[in-house]
Design a protein around this ligand. Structure first.
Ligand code: GAP
Length: 516
């Protein structure tokens, strides 16, 4: 059986071969951690965005959407703290000349110790079978106790160093735990330095009048600076939310795992403005609402977990990640943060404008608090693809690669196939295409054997294939074939719009999310 790593490699090449994701500027050998979405990838990505946008703006009458510009006044980033504090702690290995994030090196070491503990537990579970008591084993196994103590000590030191922004201590941890460069295998490290992640450019034509501006590293600030505009023009009452989807840019040093960590990526963010003092209740509610949104896709409830932050930003009073089980472990897909009144307060201070809310009930004015939900489109795309990618052996020894995508997200909803390229079957197939194409992204395919055509559609996750044969000309029926079960069924052409709608519509998905 293929390892997780091998399967992930196959998924990456599948993404390229079937028009989901291409390396950027590939004919010039690509550009590090920048990717282009192809004909199927962009459809899938658009569907993810639609699912999120509709769940936010249609299922909540107090959430509206905006689309702010990428370029913003440079003072925005001073006020938000990004100019001074949006840094990664970097360390170089003098032998390999490679640069790493010091925090990532240490987190990888913690993950290695977690793995060792898990291996001991798995071994013991196999040995003792049903009688195995994990809690007792953890408390008594000498090996587990040793690994756990080492892990906890490392974790505590790391947490403190990150909270204190103590770069010397980060380096000392790397030395004390004998963390080696994965390439050179040596411990010949430089000091740890801070590196700002924002990209900058110049706006204006004449060099003397041009000003330095930044490509936004998060979409959230476009929402904060429009808080008053939306509140006033929409006559919004607290609590209310502003949602936005858009590009963000970060000069990531450790860019890896395909579209998981990119330099140009897309975010779907929502800032929920609330009365101070209610934030922890809203934080708990938004955790559940967002988890329900993820689970409604049916990728597997056991593939999600919350990871509460050890290191809270100084302005946050709660933060968690929704992690998804990728082939390379549980990884953050979405962040949910209780950001207090920090951002609005900072913008009020730096702009000199009063940014408050007048509460008509209490007749008081105050700066609202904010709960933020922030999800990366590309990470969502990756989690959907990882869960959907399957290699199956079929009866008779044949095999197929199938993407079991949630039908509402599939790039192509149905493919119409005339059995042969003659006898009027293509014309009939085109009629069916016309029946469906105004509502759905449909393909028409008349090339190669039906079996080959099915495989092509399986590989891009098309939920339904519709075959037109000679009987169709007499009785207006077609064969529909289900992607996952491969079962075939004879149906009337007039029933196709209903059948396709029931299979691929967003409605059922949104209804699941709306349940309380
Ligand atoms: N406004 C809050 C914020 O930006 P974040 O945790 O830095 O918080 C939110 O980012 C989400 O954006 C992450 O959970 C992730 O899905 C996505 N994201 C962040 N950096 C990314 C990168 N370099 N490549 C792809 N997605 C990224």
């Amino acid at each position: 059986m293929a390892t997780q790593e091998e399967t992930f490699k196959k998924l990456v090449s599948h993404c390229k071969e079937y028009g989901f994701v291409f390396p950027s500027s590939e004919i010039y050998d690509g550009l590090g951690a920048v990717y282009d979405y192809g004909q199927n990838g962009s459809e899938l990505k658009n569907n993810i965005k639609k699912y999120w946008w509709d769940a936010m703006t249609r299922l909540h009458e107090n959430i509206v959407g905006i689309d702010a510009a990428i370029f913003m006044h440079p003072t925005v980033w001073k006020a938000s703290g990004h100019v001074d504090a949006f840094n990664d702690p970097l360390i170089d290995n003098k032998d390999s000349k490679k640069r790493y994030r010091a925090d990532v090196l240490i987190e990888d070491e913690i993950a290695k110790l977690d793995d060792k503990i898990q291996k001991e537990i798995d071994k013991a579970r196999k040995r003792f079978g049903d009688k195995f008591d994990e809690a007792q084993f953890r408390a008594t196994s000498q090996h587990v106790i040793e690994h756990q103590t080492k892990r906890d000590q490392l974790h505590d030191r790391y947490k403190k160093a990150m909270n204190d922004v103590d770069l010397a201590e980060l380096k000392q941890i790397i030395l004390d735990y004998e963390i080696v460069d994965p390439i050179s295998g040596t411990r010949n490290w430089t000091d740890v330095r801070q590196f700002n992640l924002m990209f900058s450019t110049e706006m204006g034509s004449a060099s003397d009048s041009a000003s330095k501006i930044y490509l936004r590293p998060e979409t959230a600030q476009g929402i904060f600076v429009n808080y008053l505009n939306v509140q006033k023009s929409g006559r919004m009452k607290l609590p209310f939310g502003i949602a936005q989807i858009g590009k963000a840019f970060r000069n990531e040093i450790v860019a890896r795992q395909f579209v998981f960590r990119m330099r140009e990526f897309e975010q779907m963010e929502m800032q929920f403005f609330i009365k101070p003092g209610t934030e922890l209740d809203w934080f708990a509610k938004w955790k559940q609402i967002r988890l329900r949104w993820h689970k409604a896709l049916g990728l597997g409830d056991n593939k999600y977990r919350f990871h509460d932050h050890d290191k809270l930003a100084h302005y946050a009073n709660a933060a968690t990640d929704i992690e998804f089980e990728m082939p390379f472990g549980f990884k953050e897909v979405e962040g949910i943060h209780s950001r207090t009144n920090f951002d609005l307060g900072q913008h009020a201070k730096f702009s000199g404008k009063k940014i408050e809310y007048f509460d008509p009930e209490t007749k008081e004015s105050y700066t609202p608090y904010v709960i933020e939900t922030s999800i990366g489109v590309d990470r969502m795309f990756l989690s959907v693809m990882c869960a959907a990618y399957k290699e199956e052996t079929l009866e008779g020894g044949d095999s197929r690669v199938v993407l079991s995508l949630p039908a509402a997200l599939a790039p192509v909803k149905a493919c119409i196939m005339p059995l042969v390229k003659k006898d009027g079957l293509p014309d009939k197939a085109r009629e069916i295409e016309n029946l469906l194409k105004f509502d759905y992204n449909i393909q028409y395919d008349e090339k190669d054997s039906i079996g080959k055509r099915y495989r092509r559609q399986d590989a891009i996750g098309t939920p339904i294939c519709i075959t037109v044969d000679h009987d169709t000309l007499n009785d207006n029926t077609v064969t529909i074939r289900d992607r996952d079960t491969m079962l075939q069924q004879r149906v009337n052409i007039s029933d196709l719009p209903r059948i396709v709608e029931e299979k691929v519509s967003f409605k059922a998905l949104l209804q699941k999310v709306a349940q309380d």
